[in-house]
Design a protein around this ligand. Sequence first.
Ligand SMILES: Nc1ncnc2c1ncn2[C@@H]1O[C@H](COP(=O)(O)OP(=O)(O)OP(=O)(O)O)[C@@H](O)[C@H]1O
Ligand SMILES: [Mg+2]
Length: 321
Amino acid sequence: MNEKILEINNLKITFNGLFQQVCAVDNITFDVKKSEIVALVGESGSGKSVTVKSIMGLLQQTQIDGEIFFEGQNILAMKEKELSKLRGRNISMIFQEPMSALNPVMKIRTQLEEILKIHNYKCKISYAEKIRSTLAMMNISNPEEIMERYPFELSGGLCQRIVIAMAVICQPELIIADEPTTALDVTTQAEILCLLKETAKKIGSSVLIITHDLGVVAECADRVVVMYGGKLMEQGNVEEFFYHSKHPYSKGLLVSRPMNFNGRYPVIPGNITRNVNTIDGCPFAERCKHAQDICKKEFPKEQIISEEHKVWCWNTESEVV
Ligand SMILES: Nc1ncnc2c1ncn2[C@@H]1O[C@H](COP(=O)(O)OP(=O)(O)OP(=O)(O)O)[C@@H](O)[C@H]1O
Ligand SMILES: [Mg+2]
């Protein structure tokens, strides 16, 4: 359980814009262990997608500093050819919008077959049988029929199952899911999450799931990494996050859940801070009730609460949100 599949050290991502540089992610360090499900949470613009895109080598015109190790190999030092071998085979990605991940003019069977062919996937059964059994694993009751359909003939929920099938067919060590259920209704969301969790368990994959839905975190994650304004705020196992979170931002997220609706939805006041390189202190300070002078001047060092629980805050003792 303790073997690290993914290790990100001091990751810094800067977009080289025409007029200015935008630092989207600053000094991020976390890992994903074997068979573990880690949730990356934070509100819109906090740098979640940029972080995972850098793992997949999908960012252009960016300066990436730090280290990203996948099974001990530094991804950032890899040539495009080596990285493209990993992509889809050892690390796969599930995107938010299933329709944009599927090719509209190709049958489902051809799309899945293409993945097996590209990666020269070796299996004892035929590719057709592998596709059929993978679709069956997605709880699709008539896989032979679905294989011969085009994406537009299928519902959103079914398309998202196909997208998951595409991500797992080569049995990758790591699945990255960027808000895999936000485009779906609540019931289908729960089914898809359950499916993702069960499938990852069956094939022994680790999962890094991005979400801003804390229900998703509670449902499936072992560990949580909280980001805000491109920086790390807190990380810990799921119980520590829900019951003993230390960071005022994490506490704010927990209080802002719809379950706390009482005539009005509780919210964290203010807007997310962008371009973190214009701020020396904590990006959350301007919205934080507990902010002191030091919070605006200097980003706090990591505080270790327990082996898995770490927090980046000058003021972790405040109990009131
Ligand atoms: N191509 C780009 N060029 C310049 N800045 C970018 C680019 N892509 C993202 N950013 C900036 O990086 C920051 C983080 O964006 P990111 O997409 O990672 O956020 P996110 O946490 O995934 O948000 P959401 O929950 O809305 O998907 C944002 O401030 C965004 O404006
Ligand atoms: Mg995103």
